[in-house]
Design a binder for this molecule. Structure first.
Ligand code: 5GP
Ligand code: MG
Ligand code: MG
Length: 179
């Protein structure tokens, strides 16, 4: 599996170090708001990142997951469908969406709009990675782990056809794997 990786962009240590910083920043912001947020991981890519973050939170929060689909292979197709909804109601709640990567921004725009339509008080986004060169809609995560170049990356939750999510680092996939 590691043979399919062209280059490691971020190793486990770098990711963990950044997660500690992000968790501190997020914690301080929610303490100021006196809010008990629902931390909502977008399945499946956010799982390792979500685990790394929430174990550092020492404030009250609730955890939930949802699954939306907008992506097939390596090209984003735009409209977002809810495959699995949350268990907890988001009405009147502060929502912290946990995402693996913001690429075109379409998924997060739709997800944010959906939460507002359902009566959430506030929606913030934390994304492990940001690929700003690919953005087509005007959306910014409130918290970003690392900015990455315009390459297809896998590992630490991110997949190619459901593989590579279990790699403990973020790497660029060899183009011959998907070409
Ligand atoms: P967006 O709607 O922002 O275009 O895409 C969001 C989703 O596309 C991400 O949550 C992720 O699942 C997928 N995605 C975007 N870029 C990459 C990438 O470089 N690698 C992988 N594995 N998935 C990506
Ligand atoms: Mg995702
Ligand atoms: Mg994917």
């Amino acid at each position: 599996m590691s043979d399919d990786i062209l280059k490691v962009l971020l190793n486990e240590e770098q990711i963990e170090k950044r997660c500690i910083e992000l968790a501190e920043q997020i914690e301080s912001d929610y303490e100021k708001l006196h809010a008990v947020p629902i931390v909502v991981g977008l399945l499946k890519g956010s799982v390792p990142f979500m685990a790394e973050l929430i174990k550092r939170f020492t404030f009250d929060c609730e955890i939930d997951f949802m699954s939306v689909s907008s992506y097939d292979g390596t090209e984003s197709i735009g409209d977002v469908r809810i495959e699995k909804d949350m268990d907890i109601s988001c009405r009147g709640r502060h929502i912290l969406v946990v995402e693996d990567i913001v690429d075109t921004g379409r998924t997060l725009r739709e997800v944010k709009q959906m939460f507002m339509n359902k009566g959430a008080t506030d929606v913030k986004i934390v994304s492990l990675l940001d690929k700003p060169e690919r953005r087509v809609v005007d959306i910014k995560a409130d918290y970003v782990g690392y900015t990455v170049p315009n390459e297809f990356v896998v590992g630490y939750g991110l997949d190619y056809n459901q593989k590579y999510r279990n790699l403990p680092f973020i790497g660029i996939l060899k183009p011959e794997i998907y070409e």
